[in-house]
Design a protein around this ligand. Structure first.
Ligand code: MG
Length: 245
């Protein structure tokens, strides 16, 4: 005879106790405690965050958390609460991260220049390896796994929710890094879940260990910097925060 936990567990416990199956009851009670410690209290902050347990990577005032790819000062222009790509090269965080939740806001140039991959191109690289594409994809055709919200070179976004050129847009990115293979044991794919302007565009898609060809970093690793790409277009960023998972 089998006893299953119903929506009213106490009724089940009472029924089990009445039947003298106290051992089963204590197992069920023990299982109840397996959820671990009480969840930490976090203040979510105002709309768009940052929550109280986030690391703020850019608050609109300066680039102290960032550096150039070769380790010098990050030289993107900071003014009016945002930073702007200015052809001085990609920038990377000084700190390195593993699995994370990332919030970032961006805007493609309001003056439309170029087309396809040449229009409002930038990118958000997790661990410097895996790019979520930033592109002006408003009425701008390109290959599907290269448009805004794509896991570049791998997965097109589920939908195109791009706003008009110049308008601020958001990415919420949940990133789990692939686990490298260790001595005879195969690795494990990571995953991307991405919301673009609040709409799901990557639904837990797998990340294989091999980075995209456009990656700044090769191989796999426990951690790596967040990189913002300089693709030569004056894309803007603001309100960047990250939480380690
Ligand atoms: Mg890009």
């Amino acid at each position: 005879m089998q006893y299953r936990i119903t929506s009213n567990r106490w009724l089940t416990y009472v029924a089990l106790a009445a039947l003298g199956i106290t051992g089963t009851t204590s197992i069920l009670l023990a299982a109840d405690k397996s959820s671990g410690a009480e969840p930490k209290v976090v203040d979510s902050g105002s709309a768009g965050g940052p929550p109280s347990d986030a690391i703020v990577l850019f608050d609109g005032k300066g680039l102290s958390k960032w550096q150039s790819m070769n380790g010098g000062d990050a030289k993107w222009v900071v003014a009016d609460g945002f930073m702007t790509v200015n052809k001085t090269g990609s920038i990377r965080t000084k700190e390195e991260f593993g699995d994370v939740q990332l919030h970032i806001e961006w805007a493609s140039p309001s003056e439309v220049k170029g087309d396809g991959q040449g229009r409002g191109n930038s990118g958000v690289y997790m661990q410097g390896r895996y790019e979520i594409q930033v592109l002006d994809s408003y009425n701008n055709k390109t290959y599907f796994n290269g448009q805004a919200g794509a896991f570049y070179g791998h997965f097109a976004p589920l939908v195109n929710v791009s706003k008009k050129p110049g308008e601020w847009q958001t990415y919420e990115i949940i990133f789990h890094a692939p686990k490298p293979s260790v001595e005879g044991k195969g690795g494990e794919p990571g995953s991307f879940t991405v919301f673009h302007n609040g709409v799901l565009v990557q639904d837990h898609v797998p990340i294989q260990a091999e980075p995209t060809t456009a990656a700044e970093f090769k191989g796999t690793g426990q951690k790596g910097p967040l990189i913002l790409q300089d693709h030569g277009n004056p894309v803007r960023f603001r309100n960047v925060w990250i939480r380690s998972l």
